[in-house]
Every structure is written in C-alpha cells, then in structure tokens.
Design a protein around this ligand. Structure first.
Ligand SMILES: Cc1cc2nc3c(=O)[nH]c(=O)nc-3n(C[C@H](O)[C@H](O)[C@H](O)COP(=O)(O)OP(=O)(O)OC[C@H]3O[C@@H](n4cnc5c(N)ncnc54)[C@H](O)[C@@H]3O)c2cc1C
Length: 596
C-alpha cells in the first residue's frame, strides 16, 4: 500500500488548535510559524512516503536477524537511516547548539507521526535516540554533552534506553544491574538487560546506551538507581571511535509485530566490566529517566495515531475496491463496493474519528509543552506544564488503546483478506499491540494518572481542564447549528461524568486504593475520550467558520461530520464508563483469588 501523509489535517490542528502563530511569538521559536510548519511537513511527507513506506512490509517479512553477536537489519534500512540522518530529521526538535533545528514539538510531533505511519519498526530507532538525547540534555555533564550530543542529534550514532531486566519490568525498583565506581570517576557496569529496542544493529557507527543500574552500596528500591551512559565503542578524546566496550548482544527476540526493529538481550560486563559514565548524580537515575520517559511516552502515543492512520487509509481504499452485496437502500441494483454498506461506513468513520481526535489531542498537548518551555510568563509556563503532564498518560494510553481498536477494525473491513498476511492489514494490528505495553503498560499510565496527576493535587488540574471544556460547550451552544448543539450536549454529559470520576479518584485514592485502582484504566480511557472529543468539538467550530468563508469546503465539511460522529458514537460512551468506575468497583475486586 502507499501511505499518504495527512498533511492537511496536521496543519489544520497546528494552525487552529495548537495555534502555532502564538508559539512563533515565544522566544526561540521566532521562525516557527505556519509557513515553516507547512514546508517541514511537506518535506517530511516526501521522505516518509518515498523512502520509508516502501520498506514497511519488507521489514515484516524479513525481520532483522542475529548471528554471532551481530544484528543485521532488514535490507534497505541502513541506507534509509543514512538518508534520514542526512536529511536532518533526527535533529528536528533538538537544540541548534548541538546541530539540531530547534523546532517546536508542535511541528516535530507531526513529523514523528509520519515516520511511524510510514514504518514503525524503523521509527523506533530515532525514537530511542530522542530519549537518550533528552536524558543527556537534562542531566548530562558538559563533558558527556560534548562527547555524545552532536553525534546523536546528527544521527551518526543512535541511542537506547536500558531499563528492563528479567525480574524488573513495570517495577523498576527491582533493577539489579550494578555499577562499581572506578578511580578515574568512571564506573564498571555489570548485568543483563532484556527487550532493548535497537540495542544492537548495523545502521550507525556507535550505539549510546542509557542504562539504569545500582551503584554498589546504594539504597534498596527506586531511591538507589543511577543512570549511566555506556557506549558500544569507547570514544577517544579526539572524538574518534576506540575499542569495543564490554556490552554485547546475546540474542534478539522473535516477535508478534514490529519485527524489523531488533529487540536485544544485552549482557554488560562479562569480560571485566562495561565502562560507564554517570549521568547527573548517583541515585537520581529514575528521576532523569522519567523526564526521558515522558518524551518517549508521548512519542509512543504518536505511534498509536500513526498506525491508526495507516490502517484507516488502507481500509478506506479496500472498501472502495471490494465489490460485495447489494446496498440495502437499493441505490445500486447489483453488487457494489462495500463502502456503500452502512456498517462498513460506520467502521471507517470510527477509525477516522478516533485517529483525527487523538491527533488533535496530541497536537494541543505538544503546544502546551512548547509553551511550558518557551513562554516568557512563568505562570503561563506553569499552567501549560501541568496541562501537558496531565495529557502525557492520555496521549500514550488512550491513543495506543484506540490504535488496537482501529487496526482491528482495519482487518474487519478487509473481511477474510484482512486475516491473510499479504494484504498488510494484519501487520498493522500486530504492530499496534506493543504500543499498549512498552514505555509503561496502559495500567502503568493509569497509575500515573490517578496518583501523580489527579490525587496528588486533589484533582485541581483535571478540574481546571473541565472548566475549559465548559467554555467550549458554551461556544458550541452560541454557535447554534444543529451539529454544534448536538456535540455540546455530548460534551457536557462526558464532562460531567469526568468530573464525577475525578472527585471519586481524588476523594478515595488514599483511604480506599483498591476501589479507585479497580477503575484506573477506565478513568484513563474516559479522560482520553473526553480530551480527544473536546478537540474535535473545537475543530467543528473552526471548520464551520472556515466553511462560512468558503475555505476548503470538502475538508471542512468532512471535519464537521467527523466531529459529530465522534460525539454521537464515541463521546456518548463516557457516562457508562463513569458508572462502571463509580458504581462498579466491587465486582472488579470481589472474586476470591482461588476462584480464578
Ligand atoms: C518489543 C519490546 C520492546 C521493548 N523495548 C524496551 C526498551 O527499549 N528498553 C527497555 O528498558 N524496555 C523495553 N521493553 C520492555 C517494556 O517496557 C516492558 O515489557 C513493559 O514495561 C512491561 O513490563 P513487563 O514486560 O515486565 O510486564 P509486567 O511488569 O510483568 O506486567 C505484566 C502485567 O501486569 C500489569 N502490572 C504490573 N504492575 C502493575 C501495577 N503496578 N499496577 C497495575 N498493573 C500492573 C501490567 O500492566 C501487565 O498487564 C520492550 C518490550 C518489548 C516487548
């Protein structure tokens, strides 16, 4: 299939919802207006459609392979990565000081979506490099920054995140890898890391591993974890590559999806100790890793949107081609393309509405991130930071869960052919499944939402967001069109359900944690549904204005229909979810363990 980047929809969000003109007024983003966004997105579309998309199915059929400690990526990936690096795509959002382009996240996020739609397995490599760059920018010493950042930002080298160990997945308190301080200030790192994405590969000259380990004698639990840089090849003082470090890939996994992305087991220190350099201070590793994970969690949310978009495009094309059965309304007297059947349209609309809504939500979250870092007013920065922090588990959790539904519907639209690998619809479904697992499962996102993002401040942040949503409802009612009024009604019902749940969470987390955590994922899904639906409601208002001015009529008309569909069919589920959370917790926990 040929992927076509949804540049128009992305620019609509960037212009009207994320309000790029306001971001371009912030110090450091002066050149980042709508024109820049358009130029960058069009260029990105060309690259992703032309270079990465053609390798997507190839990577699924001929995954990366492992032999004698060496990982060979799918044919074409190495050259594609060279082109990716030469095009400056790795450095899009990173500071100009290290060779990046310093663009706002609002623009960068759309590019991340495109890379992931075009080829999710490939996109994981730069995604992990972004995480490593972020960690070094946050807490790395000047020396580490000078040694590693330019080469990571240029894409000459790539980065990894090494958290997981066989006994430590969601629970990082169980990390056992150890680090022994050396007289020269470096450390020797020992241990086994599993599931390390692009932990070994042939696409770049060096790999910069960011590794969680315990310094000998450190406290137990999360308070005793430190973060280290462990390069695959040592770096000489003149920047050239030196000897091989003592970190080796012992195998890669055979997976359900994202097959071209090598998932490595890495062994540290079997031959005397891997040389590592501390990032920041000892025992603060998890704190730094969280900063990096926030960036990565947002990016995984973008992966959900990306794979959903791809699945939607494929299904829509198939539905126009596949001829089967007469339409129920008799409009065609013979068998017709299946898109004429209302249920097929319902599936396509569901796919489209989810995807557009989550894209809109992510775009607005990205704008908040930009304002949180660049707005001149400290209060505005703070408000945007809380909003962004609240949105991260939703962008990650909701967009990835929705991508499973969307890719599953994508298979369904194809009928039996969807189950057959050669159509490609099944690959998206298989690829999407990892998104609800890595970078913290949906349950872990929900724990974050309940604990840090809701209960900690007594629900102040979500309630402040609810007040903004109420303003949108008022705008919709004022607008007065049938669509706007119908959407306002659904939005209001969903908001009231949300506020009920926020009060329930804020009021019970401490005293009755089981009662709240029984509904933590449903709360995340309700919050995500509302935030995404809210952004489509805002889109409807914009689209009606644009339509009235005669601008881009087919696009704006479609946006209104999509927003209405979302409100009628998806947002309308919110009150039921509220009931499950507030009134249904007992049946979640009641069953005796031995009855399972
Ligand atoms: C393809 C792939 C690539 C990966 N890439 C990387 C990488 O690059 N770097 C890296 O460090 N790791 C990576 N991982 C690891 C990944 O982040 C973990 O698999 C993930 O965090 C879940 O941990 P786990 O597999 O141990 O599952 P577990 O933690 O054992 O979870 C099992 C189940 O229990 C639930 N659960 C666990 N704890 C809680 C809790 N507190 N509350 C509620 N439910 C809970 C989970 O939600 C899940 O449903 C990758 C994994 C895969 C499969």
């Amino acid at each position: 299939m040929t992927y076509k980047a949804p540049v128009k929809d992305m620019l609509f969000n960037i212009q009207h919802l994320a309000q790029i003109d306001q971001i371009a007024r912030m110090p450091g983003f002066e050149d980042a207006g709508l024109e820049t966004a358009q130029a960058v997105l069009e260029e990105a579309a060309k690259f992703n459609e032309g270079v990465l998309d053609p390798l997507n199915s190839e990577g699924d059929k001929n995954p990366s392979s492992f032999k004698d400690g060496v990982v060979t990526t799918t044919a074409g990936f190495k050259d594609a990565f060279r082109q990716f690096a030469e095009g400056g795509w790795q450095g899009l959002q990173h500071p100009a000081q290290y060779g990046g382009q310093g663009l706002p996240k609002t623009i960068g996020a759309a590019c991340i979506e495109m890379v992931n739609s075009a080829n999710m397995s490939f996109a994981l490599c730069p995604l992990l490099s972004d995480g490593a760059i972020e960690a070094l920018l946050t807490a790395g010493s000047d020396e580490l920054k000078a040694t590693y950042l330019d080469r990571l930002v240029s894409g000459e080298w790539t980065g990894t995140m090494n958290l997981t160990e066989p006994q430590a997945g969601s629970d990082l308190a169980m990390v056992r890898s150890r680090a022994e301080p050396q007289p020269d200030g470096s450390y020797k790192v020992f241990g086994t890391k599993i599931f390390i994405t692009y932990g070994e590969h042939d696409m770049a000259d060096n790999i910069v591993h960011l590794v969680l380990a315990r310094v000998v004698g450190a406290p137990e639990g999360v308070k005793g974890i430190s973060l280290f840089v462990v390069p695959k090849f040592m770096v000489n003082t003149d920047g050239s590559l030196g000897v091989r470090n003592d970190v080796h890939c012992v195998s890669i996994e055979h997976k359900m999806g994202i097959k071209a992305s090598p998932t490595a087991v890495l062994q540290y220190g079997d031959h005397g100790g891997a040389v590592g350099y501390i990032v920041g201070q000892e025992n603060r590793g998890l704190e730094y890793m969280f900063i990096m994970m926030n960036a990565a969690r947002y990016a995984v949310g973008m992966q959900g949107i990306a794979i959903a978009e791809r699945a939607y495009q494929k299904a829509a094309q198939f539905a126009k081609d596949r001829v089967q059965s007469r339409p129920v309304d008799g409009s065609i007297s013979a068998s017709a393309p299946i898109i004429h059947h209302p249920d097929v349209k319902r599936m396509l609309m569901t796919m489209r509405a989810y995807t557009e809504a989550c894209r809109a939500m992510a775009s607005v979250a990205a704008a908040a991130y930009d304002a949180a870092h660049h707005h001149p007013d400290a209060d505005v920065r703070k408000q945007n930071a809380s909003f962004y922090e609240y949105m991260v588990p939703l962008v990650k959790g909701y967009s990835t869960e929705m991508s499973l539904e969307v890719t599953s519907l994508g298979v369904q639209v194809h009928g039996g052919m969807g189950f057959i690998e050669e159509t490609g619809a099944a690959q998206y479904y298989r690829d999407a499944k990892i998104l609800t697992i890595y970078e913290g499962t949906t349950a872990i996102q929900a724990n974050d939402l309940v604990g840090r993002k809701t209960a900690r401040d007594g629900g102040q942040t979500p309630k402040a967001i609810a007040a903004k949503i109420e303003e949108t409802e008022a705008d919709l009612v004022k607008n007065g069109s049938a669509d706007a009024v119908a959407v306002a009604r659904r939005l209001k019902a969903a908001r009231l359900a949300f506020v009920d749940v926020v009060n329930f969470v804020a009021g019970n987390t401490k005293a009755s944690p089981n009662v709240v955590f029984a509904g933590s994922v449903p709360y995340l899904m309700l919050a995500g549904n509302l935030m995404a639906g809210w952004q489509l409601a805002r889109s409807l208002l914009v689209a009606q204005d644009e339509l009235a001015r005669g601008n881009d009529v087919p696009f704006m008309a479609a946006k209104i229909i999509t927003a209405r569909f979302y409100a009628d069919h998806l947002l309308s589920k919110a009150p039921g979810v509220r009931d499950s959370i507030v009134e249904g917790f007992e049946s979640v926990t009641a069953m005796a363990l031995e009855s399972f």
